[in-house]
Design a protein around this ligand. Structure first.
Ligand SMILES: [Zn+2]
Length: 280
């Protein structure tokens, strides 16, 4: 599932090619994704120019002239295919939504499992949309501080890993980057959330910011050659330090026989990867 860095990479890719374009046509192969696509969606978009792209948590905000915003959520399996004026883009299976611009760009939303969603809201009311209204602070913005995190965790008896994936705590972290941030901060994913205070909370906030910033930078570098690869935006190879590395030594440990390497534990149905030796 795309998390903040992947969504931010998609946002940048869309902005680079589509900002300033005017929408020529909108094709809908079906009337619903996770929820029904808003009535009159295509008619509302056609003819408007695209002013730019924002992001809140894992949601992309496509801002159109006339004060209208499209909220894109890629869900579990959604991805976007962007093709240029000199390319022929045959429709793909599960390509549910296609937006074409007068400038010759084509944006397709491919979502086999249809957990994604599209909403249409006045730009002035984006923040009140149910998907966005309850979100916690953006982790890369100044409002996400150690004291804010400590206060938000103060009454939480759940494991810190579970708390970090709660979007009301901080926006945009999912399983992968919660694991990676806790590893960087040397905090056990099983630690009771309310015990993350003081210097430990400061370490965690710094680790979250650094982990996300590095992943976005890696996404940006993958974006430079997006046309040579698949033309699809949204996923990139990134060097995760613990996620997907069960049994391997972490970068801080000697490996077997001195230690048993990266361990896993299932928390709320998701597999957590961590180093039991250095995360406390
Ligand atoms: Zn280790």
């Amino acid at each position: 599932m795309p998390e903040l860095p992947e969504v931010e990479t998609v946002r940048r890719g869309m902005a680079a090619k589509l900002a300033g374009n005017r929408i020529k046509s909108v094709g809908l192969a079906r009337s619903e994704l996770r929820w029904p696509i808003p009535q009159g969606f295509a008619e509302a978009l056609v003819g408007r120019s695209i002013l730019g792209f924002g992001r809140r948590g894992k949601t992309i905000l496509m801002r159109l002239e006339g004060g209208l915003s499209v909220l894109w959520h890629l869900g579990m399996s959604g991805r976007l295919r962007l093709s240029g004026p000199d390319e022929v883009a045959a429709p793909l299976p599960h390509e549910h939504v296609v937006i074409e611009t007068k400038e010759g760009w084509r944006l397709g939303l491919i979502d086999p499992r249809r957990f994604g969603s599209l909403d249409l809201v006045p730009t002035a009311h984006e923040a009140q949309h149910p998907r966005l209204a309850s979100l916690g602070p953006e982790p890369l913005e100044d409002a996400f501080t150690p004291s804010w995190l400590e206060a938000a965790l103060a009454s939480r008896r759940t494991a810190i890993k579970v708390a970090l994936m709660d979007q009301t705590m901080v926006a945009g972290l999912g399983n992968i980057y919660a694991c990676e941030s806790l590893f960087r901060a040397r905090i056990s994913p099983r630690r009771e959330a309310r015990t993350v205070r003081g210097e430990r909370a400061a370490r965690l906030v710094a680790a979250i910011k650094a982990t996300l910033a590095e992943a976005i930078a890696a996404g940006g570098s993958s974006l430079r050659d997006w046309r040579q690869t698949s033309g699809e935006l949204g996923y990139f190879q990134h060097a995760w330090k613990v996620y997907g590395h069960a049994g391997e030594p972490c970068e801080r440990c000697p490996g077997p026989p001195a230690c048993r390497g990266i361990a896993t534990v299932v928390q709320q149905g998701r597999t957590t990867f961590y180093c039991p030796r250095t995360q406390r």
